[in-house]
Design a protein around this ligand. Structure first.
Ligand code: FAD
Length: 478
């Protein structure tokens, strides 16, 4: 397949179709849209500011007519290469389509445009005593559209699930230019195939999301945090089972391994005992009356399993203090080296200690790399980070290490991506998890939604034998 460049005639058609002032072509503007949080770079030929769903549809039809690649973009914060324009073409910027259209406390739903910042929605619904539970750590800057396209997870997945669990209905423009509404704004809906869920997590490869109807829940009254130290990750992992066995359902269960604790210690003061090999953080929510007793029961479960220095906190400032080390880990990592490869593998919870053991064994074969694990133990979701220098050789080694771990993930029943998506970064790992038949089914689905392959080419699915030629001349097998 060969994409076309935007020549002068195409650019003037584009301007007339989407509105002159919505098209950016200046070099400075293009540079701002040339990368995402993976720090990969590729210059688009034009950026279109999306203003409404009809204009988004006109843009899709234009890209089909002209055979130009189209990359949807929210805040560009994805960690898998999802929104950078790897084959040039056009970036569709949804960040200005950012109105919260309605909040219904009776129906417990919100209707929003895709460019709404997730944290803004969380704060707005809180004014009504409501909660939008999906809570990626990027909530203060990532968008609902990006969260839907990546099916973003986050800290509260144990109890509240992920973005997919809160998307009731979507208005979308498919890759072939149909403007359609999927799903209903009801809690139950089994009418036909669940195309809403198919679009959630499709990484901008099937359709552009132009509106979303999201499920809300009543805001829990109160929260508590328990922090426990362990001398082994195995003991820590067993604590999760003990807590569930006491019929307690935490919102969050996070772990940090020894290298991540050391990393934080180099960055800021902590009160975590030096003999700690693994740190557990458990967050709870519910009625104010039950918080104290639930926290005590979690503490008992931790102590019973060999924890030491177990602390509980109910007041906001005390809870914040217990979260301190976990919240400091991301900036602390950059003290080690300027570049980071971050994988978000996910295994069945009971397999997490075995997975971390295997990661350590593989890391032993790459002695120059600094490997650090932390993440959502309640979901079995490990953030496996390799900090490396900004050199080709270091990147190559880090990638080689990551690739060596993936067969273990699959063997233990896990997935190569729990929440960050496949993008172009993990596309090579997909066949080992899905196998050829499932991949072929997915390719067929892609063809139905986007027959000319204009939406986010080079992402999510291996192209198989299809050779994609970039708008600026280079060719690649994605
Ligand atoms: C510090 C940090 C912390 C993070 N923490 C988490 C976390 O806890 N959990 C987690 O899951 N992720 C996390 N992320 C990753 C990232 O924030 C999420 O993937 C987020 O969902 C991306 O949203 P965005 O608005 O930045 O989208 P972008 O990065 O712009 O785009 C992401 C994908 O969505 C597509 N897209 C965007 N808008 C639309 C649209 N309107 N229609 C169709 N497709 C669209 C893009 O084409 C792309 O494929 C983190 C990232 C950072 C930098």
């Amino acid at each position: 397949m060969r994409f076309n460049r935007l020549d002068n005639a195409a650019l003037s058609e584009l301007r007339s179709v989407v509105g002159e002032r919505n098209v950016l072509t200046g070099r400075a503007d293009l540079l701002c849209y040339s990368y995402d949080a993976t720090k990969q770079e590729s210059l688009p030929e034009a950026v279109v500011i999306i203003t409404d769903s009809r204009q988004a549809r006109e843009l899709v039809l234009f890209c089909n007519r002209r055979l130009v690649p189209l990359y949807a973009r929210g805040a560009g914060s994805n960690l898998s290469g999802g929104s950078f324009p790897s084959f040039g073409g056009i970036v569709a910027d949804f960040s200005k389509m950012n109105r919260i259209l309605s909040i219904s406390p009776d129906d417990l739903v919100a209707v929003v445009e895709p460019g709404v910042i997730t944290g803004d929605l969380q704060r707005k619904v809180a004014e009504f005593g409501l909660k939008y539970p999906p809570d990626p750590a990027s909530a203060d800057f990532s968008t609902i559209g990006g969260n839907i396209a990546e099916c973003a997870g986050g800290l509260t997945g144990v109890k509240y699930g992920v973005t997919r669990d809160y998307v009731l209905s979507l208005e979308v423009v498919t890759g072939s230019g149909e403007l359609v509404r999927l799903g209903r704004p009801t809690l139950k809906d089994v009418a036909g195939l669940d195309l809403t869920r198919l679009v959630v997590g499709s990484e901008g490869t099937l359709a552009l999301v132009t509106q979303a109807t999201l499920k809300l829940i009543p805001m829990p009254e109160s929260e508590a945090v328990v922090r426990a130290c362990y001398d082994s990750l195995e003991k820590l992992a067993a604590a999760c089972g003990r807590i569930f066995a006491r019929r307690i359902f935490p919102t969050t269960m996070e772990f940090m391994d020894r290298p991540s604790l050391d990393c934080v210690r180099d960055y800021r003061k902590t009160d975590i005992p030096l003999e700690t090999d693994a740190l557990l953080l458990v967050a709870l929510d519910g009625s104010a009356a039950e918080m104290q007793s639930q926290a005590e029961r979690v503490k008992e479960a931790c102590l019973e399993g060999g924890a030491f220095d177990v602390r509980t906190a109910l007041l906001p400032e005390d809870r914040e203090r217990l979260w301190g080390a976990r919240k400091a880990i991301s900036p602390a990592l950059y003290r080690i080296a300027p570049r980071k490869l971050n994988e978000d593998i996910c295994v069945p919870r009971s397999k997490l200690p075995e997975m971390v053991r295997r990661i350590a064994a593989r890391a032993g074969q790459f002695p120059t790399l600094k490997v650090i694990n932390f993440g959502h133990i309640g979901d079995g979701n490990i953030h496996m980070n390799v900090q490396h220098e900004d050199t080709e050789e270091d990147y190559r080694l880090s990638h080689q290490f990551m690739a060596s771990v993936m067969p273990d993930v699959v063997e233990l029943g896990g997935t190569v991506s729990g929440e960050h998506g496949i993008g172009n970064r993990k596309v090579e790992f997909l066949p080992m998890e899905l196998g050829p038949q499932v991949l072929e089914l997915m390719r067929k689905v892609k063809k139905v939604f986007d027959p000319r392959g204009i939406l986010n080419p080079g992402k999510l699915l291996p192209a198989g034998d299809t050779e994609i030629e970039t708008a600026n001349g280079g060719a690649t097998r994605a």
